[in-house]
Design a protein around this ligand. Structure first.
Ligand SMILES: NC(=O)C1=CN([C@@H]2O[C@H](COP(=O)(O)OP(=O)(O)OC[C@H]3O[C@@H](n4cnc5c(N)ncnc54)[C@H](O)[C@@H]3O)[C@@H](O)[C@H]2O)C=CC1
Ligand SMILES: O=C(O)[C@@H]1CCC=N1
Length: 264
């Protein structure tokens, strides 16, 4: 792979594509004049970098890019006609397996990566899988690229990407649901929305920091509070008795099933 490849993002003005595009620019992984993105109706996310090239079609992007990231919706992929035989292809799409990507692009050098919505603020967790044809220097570059928007790990089986699509790709929505349940309860108790929201969001991020920095597993923290015999113990026991774990596991099973269901 040449030292400074031109990067193209099909869907680079979308939710996830723009988050990645902006973070590679912010981290200097590619220079603005080495980035090409397709335009979209949803807006232009690169005002701060006027040298970024915006093109109106995937065909025009493919003319300019050495490495192509595909970040359209799974059901939109079918409308693309891509001839990328010699190119490294990085798909961010859920539901579209390597076999379909290889058939549609003609490339054997394919990476399936699964960032999440927190990429927009540099806090995604991004697992990725590469086909054996992706060289080790390219893997290093892909890792640096994906790590611009948060921690990133290579996994050795494509099936893990399908599962992690549900666990971490969809993941930010699940603590958001918990946060919403906590906030709406607080408001029924007369807590102002401002205090409820700040309290809940800082409690969730504080709990994550506590477990990360003290290297405490979530199971250990739960166990410690179950043994403590205080108010937290009462709250945890009531949630567990109401089927909290079963509800979470059913949700993950449903998301995993959806991730395995290719639209083609
Ligand atoms: N949004 C998220 O939290 C996550 C999304 N993903 C995956 O990322 C991919 C993109 O998702 P989002 O960014 O959420 O969707 P989005 O709808 O915000 O972005 C898709 C973009 O693709 C563009 N597009 C569609 N068809 C095109 C075509 N033929 N040529 C050029 N551009 C085209 C659209 O104009 C749009 O800007 C999806 O496949 C999704 O599964 C993966 C993990 C998390
Ligand atoms: O919900 C979705 O389909 C996308 C893929 C993973 C996260 N968001």
């Amino acid at each position: 792979m040449k030292q400074l490849p031109t990067l193209g993002i099909i869907g680079g003005n979308g939710w996830l594509g723009s988050a990645l595009g902006r973070s590679v620019l912010t981290h200097g992984l590619v220079a603005p004049d080495q980035l090409v993105v397709t335009t979209s109706r949803s807006g232009h996310h690169y005002q701060a970098w006027p040298e970024v090239t915006c093109v109106d079609s995937a065909d025009a992007l493919v003319e300019l890019a050495d490495v192509v990231i595909v970040s359209v919706r799974p059901e939109q992929f079918d409308t693309l006609s891509l001839s990328l035989e010699m190119r490294l292809v990085i798909s961010l799409m859920a539901k579209v397996p390597i076999s379909t990507l290889a058939r549609a692009t003609g490339s054997e050098r394919i990476v399936r990566a699964m960032p999440n919505a927190a990429a927009a603020v540099g806090h995604s967790y991004t697992p990725w899988y590469a086909t054996p044809e992706v060289a080790s220097d390219e893997r290093g570059w892909v890792h640096r690229l994906l790590s611009t928007c948060g921690p990133s790990d290579e996994v050795k089986e494509e099936a893990q990407i399908e599962y992690l699509t549900a666990l971490t790709g969809s993941g930010p929505a699940f603590p958001a649901l918990l946060a919403d349940a906590l906030i709406s309860h607080a408001m029924t108790q007369g807590v102002s929305e401002l205090v409820a929201r700040r309290g809940v969001l800082h409690t969730l991020s504080g709990a994550s920091q506590l477990m990360l920095e003290e290297n405490t597993s979530p199971a250990q923290l739960v166990e410690r509070f179950l043994d403590y015999g205080g108010t937290t113990t009462e709250g945890l026991n009531a949630m567990l008795d109401s089927g909290f774990r079963q509800a979470v596991h059913q949700g993950l099973d449903a998301a995993h099933e959806a991730a395995r269901h290719t639209p083609y």
